[in-house]
Unconditional design. Structure first.
Lengths: 422, 242
């Protein structure tokens, strides 16, 4: 069977590059991989990872009457345990027979195709996970503000930023109770997405009952109130109800609330930034800012540049960027009131998060690798007739969850206006 | 001055531990000599700098003013300031903690504290007009926090003459100290002024171009990483140069 032989060749090619997969995945240029796998907790079983937290200090302070007075009782430090469960993520890649014919030299073509698909697939998988890290832990990638045929106009944030063409999505009602795709027995795929100007996406199938205020979640989730990757909006949250890593926020309304600055739909100002940073300093100590980063969407980086007080990206590209020693000082040095900026096209366009990554970690159950069954990593596709289809499939999979052991170590500014032109 | 500031910034221990913050008018006026004298008498006392202050050299200030011009109050648009010298108001409930991070006390007050986290570095600042902060009414509406029934202005009073905001910290790529020179800060000021003249749309375009470039860089890096049999010079033909 030529097809099986070809699959074997592809499997051999994938084996050749298998050791490169973690390198491709872990390059620390996106927020996900800037958050380190923590040595003390990186390998977890299918049971929950337990994070002991000191929630209240111990001891009883006070004056006393030395003339026979009662000194009273003491108390100890109060601890509670946060828990994290890993989520399994996969990325499926198919190679068709056509790639074999795309170049001359059969083995070389397959080798090139395998390598290229691994590189492309990993780029896309990282992008998907980076999009998830922006979310609130429920897998919601966007909210529909209006429906016109197969075109959805999406509410900002996130607009159409967190989906990509070809992605399979699911549509839930606004309460995350009813899965409209399941109810209508249809699959929905994104056909186009414009995250820059119109914030519209077009899809191939619209399930019956889809309305404005419905939300889009990623493929693979099921049931009501699905749980996905605990992203920034899950950990950096000032809610005083609900749960956080299995702890009741009502029990610890101060300890689990991240300081928030409400910009009130106004543009970013230095005062907003100082308010947010100072909230961290007041709660953690004046000199505890050294590990913070300012994480934001490109829009808010632009808003900061619009204030005209920072070394703009334009310098690097423009006339002043002539490569002299002084320009080297600017490379990667953009800051927000002294806090290094990390921006992303996937981040919430109306928000700036100050993150102390020293308090974040990844609890990993399964490292990134090819999905494997009995030593096989490449699987044939079957056609409608039951015969082989002219393509093969392989998967990346990983299982992990994000955690933070100190929600108060960060701060965020939200409901920021976007600069004009977006 | 520069060599002294550099030396000081390396954190040479000069002040008696436990004596608290002792502001120093000039980087050269250090306590080392007297400390050495003290050391001869109390050799077991360790010396540690608690807070180190430096004034901006006049030549630097003059060059910055020439490069960046003056604001509506006749003050320079740009200035350079040492981290420990740059204090700003912070008000609210402070949770003071010990070295282990344990809570020692909570107190509501208004404090003058270093504005930037990098206290032992030089910072370039640009003047920002008061209207950027909104009206005084908006300022207090945004910044007043209610703590234990008290209203405190979290950022202090309204900056009616504007405020100097952070542009750039003089430090190396890994955060190492970079000595202050007029040339560097003049370059920073000119670069920012040069960028301010560009249309916002152009600046926006540059940001997205940078994002696209970073994506391309990942792709190129990934393909190179995957390709373990790249021919010499990527297969380009050799050319004989006479």
């Amino acid at each position: 069977m030529p097809a099986q032989a070809n699959a074997n060749v592809i499997a051999l090619q994938l084996e050749k590059v298998r050791d490169k997969v973690p390198l491709l995945y872990e390059r620390d240029d996106i927020l996900l991989t800037m958050i380190q796998q923590r040595g003390d907790v990186e390998k977890i079983s299918s049971r929950n990872l337990r994070l002991p937290l000191q929630v209240n200090p111990g001891g009883k302070a006070g004056s006393y009457n030395a003339d026979g007075g009662d000194l009273g009782r003491g108390s100890g430090t109060a601890y509670d345990v946060a828990q994290v469960s890993p989520i399994f993520f996969r990325f499926a890649i198919e190679i068709t027979k056509l790639v074999e014919y795309a170049t001359t030299g059969r083995d070389r073509a397959i080798e090139n195709a395998a390598k290229r698909e691994v590189a492309n697939g990993m780029k896309q998988f990282r992008s998907f996970l980076d999009k998830l890290i922006q979310t609130a832990g429920n897998g919601v990638l966007g909210t529909i503000s209006s429906v016109s045929g197969t075109t959805f106009t999406m509410t900002v944030p996130y607009g159409a930023a967190l989906v990509y063409p070809g992605q399979t999505i699911q549509i839930y009602d606004t309460t995350l109770t009813t899965n409209r795709n399941v109810a209508a027995s249809v699959t929905t795929n994104v056909v186009t997405a414009d995250p820059i100007s119109t914030q519209q996406i077009t899809v191939d199938n619209v399930p019956t009952g889809t309305i404005a205020t419905d939300v889009i979640v990623h493929d693979g989730l099921s049931g009501a109130q699905p749980v996905s990757l605990y992203g920034i909006k899950y950990h950096q949250n000032n809610a005083t109800t609900g749960t956080w890593l299995n702890l009741n926020r009502t029990t610890y309304p101060i300890q689990l609330a991240t300081p928030r600055v409400n910009a009130g739909n106004a543009a970013l100002t230095p005062a907003n930034v100082r308010l947010a940073i100072n909230k961290v300093r007041k709660s953690l100590g004046i000199n505890h800012l050294s590990k913070l980063i300012a994480y934001m969407a490109v829009e808010q980086e632009h808003a900061w540049e619009n204030l005209g007080i920072t070394v703009s990206s334009i310098i690097k590209e423009g006339g002043s960027g002539n490569g002299n020693d002084l320009d080297l000082l600017f490379t990667g040095r953009k800051t927000m009131s002294g806090i290094p900026i990390k921006s992303s096209v996937n981040a919430d366009q109306t928000r700036v998060d100050f993150l102390d990554l020293a308090h974040w970690g990844r609890a990993v159950l399964k490292d990134i690798d090819f999905y494997e069954v009995n030593g096989n990593t490449v699987f044939p596709i079957y056609g409608a007739s039951g015969g082989l289809a002219a393509s093969y499939i392989f998967y990346f999979d990983t299982a992990f969850q994000l955690w933070s052991d100190s929600p108060r170590s960060g701060a965020y500014i939200d409901t920021l206006a976007r600069p004009s032109g977006y | 001055m520069s060599s002294r500031a550099s030396e000081a910034s390396r954190g040479v221990a000069t002040e008696p531990k436990g004596f608290g913050a002792i502001p120093r008018a000039h980087p050269g006026e250090r306590r080392r000599d007297s400390a050495r004298n003290d050391t001869s008498m109390r050799s077991s006392v360790k010396i540690q700098i608690i807070r180190e202050r430096h004034e901006t050299p006049e030549e630097v200030a003059r060059r910055l003013e020439a490069a960046g011009g003056q604001n509506r109050f006749g003050e320079p648009n740009y200035r350079v300031i040492w981290g420990w010298n740059r204090l700003a108001w912070i008000a609210g409930k402070f949770e003071d903690r010990d070295a282990h991070g344990d809570l020692v006390r909570e107190v509501v007050e208004l404090r003058l504290e270093p504005k930037y986290p990098q206290v032992n570095r030089w910072h370039v600042e640009r003047w920002v007009p008061p209207e950027v902060y909104g009206s005084p009414r908006e300022w207090y509406a945004k910044t007043v926090e209610s703590v234990n029934g008290m209203s405190v202005p979290a950022l202090g009073p309204y900056p009616e003459r504007g405020e100097y905001e952070h542009c750039f910290t003089l430090q190396g790529r890994k955060g190492e100290f970079v000595q202050l020179t007029p040339t560097i800060v003049e370059h920073v000021a000119r670069a920012i002024e040069w960028a301010r003249r560009f249309p916002k749309a152009k600046q926006r375009g540059m940001l997205y171009e940078r994002e696209a470039r970073e994506e391309r860089e990942y792709e190129e890096w990934a393909y190179t990483l995957m390709d373990d049999a790249v021919p010499a010079l990527y297969g380009q033909p050799f050319v004989t140069v006479a």
